[in-house]
Design a protein around this ligand. Structure first.
Ligand SMILES: Cc1cc2nc3c(=O)[nH]c(=O)nc-3n(C[C@H](O)[C@H](O)[C@H](O)COP(=O)(O)OP(=O)(O)OC[C@H]3O[C@@H](n4cnc5c(N)ncnc54)[C@H](O)[C@@H]3O)c2cc1C
Length: 380
């Protein structure tokens, strides 16, 4: 697992694993059952340096590379998908675009708070804009030097918690050659006309916050624009490339956690006078899981290393997201099989992993969209 990592990355893994075992694992099932977004736990993760991991130290971040961040997400997902989702969405989707495209003033205004104890959302999806983000209907119209924003966003992670400062949103800001022009705006939660509502009753990530955002004549200034007017679509889609690595890490961590649970169980559980792992049908399932997890880790870490080396990594990010989410699905399914009826009981935790993995084939590019992306990269 640690082959090829630096001493610092190995130390970080040990630190996050220790935190995940001691602080996250004991509350994960309760938070899932009660759909509780855990503010205290999230603040503890802020203190540990898990918010703003890749933000330069001058803005209050940890100044780490992508691979280090991905290892942290993997370790959280090894015990709980919801907690991993909070950290992954905040680092890559929330903080990521401000760090990459923000002005000095925007970075100074938001990043120190976001690296400490606040969250930020990434508002792309709408009722009419899922895989096709150009289906955005929210608008920003210039009236007397101000932008007046109207519309609705759905499914926005971390956007409606008591710790949320605001969100980046894509809106139509005009027209160019008869086509809508998209702009990204930074919008703060306490702005008049802007409301947020948690979307509950999810199958998975039940302790992660998912919000619906409504804009009713919200007045923004040019200073709220992220990047340049008209660059919105590019900013949002480029952010998703990085986000795909995070989803890959969640798939990898989820698979690792499910595998470890199933392996341990199969050594304890005896039938016909011996541990069930001694039956070849069971040990072969475990062997396949172990192999696929290793392959997934190599693919994901390679994509991270390419990003850190400033080599175009879009194809590898799409492959890593697709493959890690497929491995998570397969491993969780087989892990339930290895655990028999107990794998289906909430008290045994496997059931939560089985549910949590499902979103990974949908969020930040469905598996079908990722296959389209990869097809284009390979020249189809
Ligand atoms: C818990 C959760 C958290 C989320 N967090 C965020 C967030 O923070 N920010 C945000 O902006 N969004 C977020 N999303 C939204 C998520 O990114 C979308 O759900 C996802 O992009 C898919 O869009 P959709 O659900 O509208 O599905 P659709 O786009 O309606 O897809 C339906 C089906 O059609 C298929 N399909 C669509 N187009 C094609 C095509 N061209 N070729 C082949 N098949 C196609 C899809 O693969 C899928 O199987 C979140 C979603 C969930 C559930």
């Amino acid at each position: 697992m640690n082959f090829g990592l630096t001493e610092k990355q190995i130390e970080l893994r040990a630190k996050v694993r220790d935190f995940a075992e001691k602080e996250v694992k004991p509350v994960a099932a309760f938070n899932d059952e009660h759909e509780k977004f855990d503010v205290e736990l999230t603040k503890k993760m802020g203190k540990l340096g898990l918010l703003g991991m890749c933000v330069p130290q001058e803005y209050g971040g940890q100044g780490l590379d992508t691979l280090s961040y991905i290892i942290a997400v993997e370790e959280l997902a090894r015990v709980d998908g919801s907690t991993a989702a909070t950290i992954a969405a905040d680092n890559s989707l929330g903080i990521g675009p401000i760090k990459e495209y923000g002005t000095k003033e925007q970075k100074e205004k938001y990043l120190p708070k976001l690296c400490k104890d606040h969250l930020w959302g990434f508002g792309l999806t709408e009722e009419t804009a899922g895989s096709d983000s150009r289906g955005t209907k929210s608008t920003a119209k210039k009236v007397d030097n101000q932008w007046v924003v109207n519309g609705t966003k759905i499914f926005i992670t971390n956007s409606a918690t008591p710790m949320t400062l605001g969100s980046t949103i894509q809106v139509i800001s005009g027209e160019s050659n008869g086509k809508p022009e998209f702009t990204a705006f930074l919008i703060e939660n306490d702005m008049p006309g802007f409301t947020q509502r948690p979307m509950d009753r999810k199958m998975m990530w039940r302790a992660s916050n998912t919000g619906e955002l409504k804009f009713n004549n919200v007045k923004l200034n040019d200073e709220n624009i992220l990047g340049k007017p008209g660059d919105g679509s590019h900013i949002m889609l480029a952010t998703l490339d990085g986000g795909r690595l995070s989803i890959g890490a969640m798939g990898l961590g989820c698979a690792q956690g499910a595998f470890e649970m199933a392996l341990e169980y199969s050594k304890q559980r005896e039938q016909f006078g011996k541990p069930v792992c001694k039956f070849q049908a069971v040990s072969f399932m475990l062997a396949e899981m172990a192999m696929k997890i290793e392959a997934a880790r190599e693919l994901l870490y390679k994509a991270c290393r390419m990003k850190d080396a400033h080599i175009p990594y879009g194809k590898q990010a799409a492959m890593a997201k697709l493959y890690c989410s497929q491995v998570a699905a397969e491993v969780c399914d087989k892990a339930v099989q290895v655990m028999g009826g107990h794998g289906l009981l909430k008290d045994f935790n496997m059931e939560r992993f089985y549910r949590d993995q499902r979103i990974l084939q949908i969020g930040e590019g469905t598996s079908e969209i990722l296959k389209l992306v990869i097809s284009r990269y390979i020249g189809c």
